[in-house]
Design a protein around this ligand. Structure first.
Ligand code: HQG
Length: 191
């Protein structure tokens, strides 16, 4: 399987495990898990994907730069990013003092007013590094606004942070971040 095909398979797995398991005849449990065998079968019935085997799905899990998926025993799930498919309960963890979020500049005004909201997903996604936040923001704006989240203060104020692993991780998930815990860029006008 070449790299491009692996990316396409990864997107298909995200569709099944984050957004629309029904379209794959899959039923996820409340934390997003489903049998590995079931997702492989559901993919192979799709035109052009008949060749997929468990090892291909495992390969996508292994090579994912962002650890999008995880396998435990005979089950697989998306670690984060869910919209409708499931609402995983993440183990509460103490966040690092600072977390980051990259967003298109056009969102800034609204985020200043109402803070970060989960929008179409189940949770707000926060990054541990500035670089990752830039990458996330660049999906939709070549020069995204970068927000610094005062996670220690938010945590002290009772906001619950979780991670897919239940311990220190690359991605932190939270219901919402009110504007008082966000340091906005001063030199970047919203557009
Ligand atoms: C914005 C991808 C207006 C928010 C990424 C974001 C990440 C608001 C957008 C992961 C807002 C939602 C998640 C408000 C938040 N007003 N806009 N009050 N509150 N927003 O895709 O964080 O590659 O749901 O800033 O890399 O961009 O797929 O969230 O711009 O890790 O594995 O609303 O998904 O991972 O967009 O991305 P998203 P996100 P994968």
């Amino acid at each position: 399987m070449n790299a491009q095909t692996a990316i396409r398979l990864s997107k298909l797995m995200s569709l099944a495990l984050r957004h629309n398991p029904g379209a794959f005849n899959l039923t996820l449990d409340e934390n997003g898990w489903v049998a590995l065998e079931a997702i492989v079968t559901s993919i192979t019935v799709r035109p052009k994907w008949h060749w997929v085997q468990t090892e291909h799905v495992r390969h996508v899990v292994d090579v994912s730069d962002k650890k999008r998926f995880e396998i435990q025993g005979d089950n697989i799930r998306a670690r984060y990013g869910h919209s409708r498919a499931a609402r995983p309960t993440y183990q509460p963890v103490e966040p690092p003092a600072t977390l980051y979020h990259g967003t298109p500049r056009r969102n800034l005004d609204r985020i200043r007013r109402e803070g970060l909201q989960a929008m179409k997903r189940q949770y707000v996604h926060l990054s541990t590094t500035w670089e990752m936040a830039v990458t996330v923001g660049r999906r939709r704006d070549y020069q995204p606004a970068l927000l610094r989240i005062r996670a220690d203060e938010a945590h002290a104020a009772g906001i619950v942070f979780g991670t897919p692993s239940g311990r220190e991780d690359d991605i932190y998930l939270v219901e919402a971040i009110p504007p008082e815990f966000i340091a906005f860029p001063v030199d970047q006008a919203s557009s």
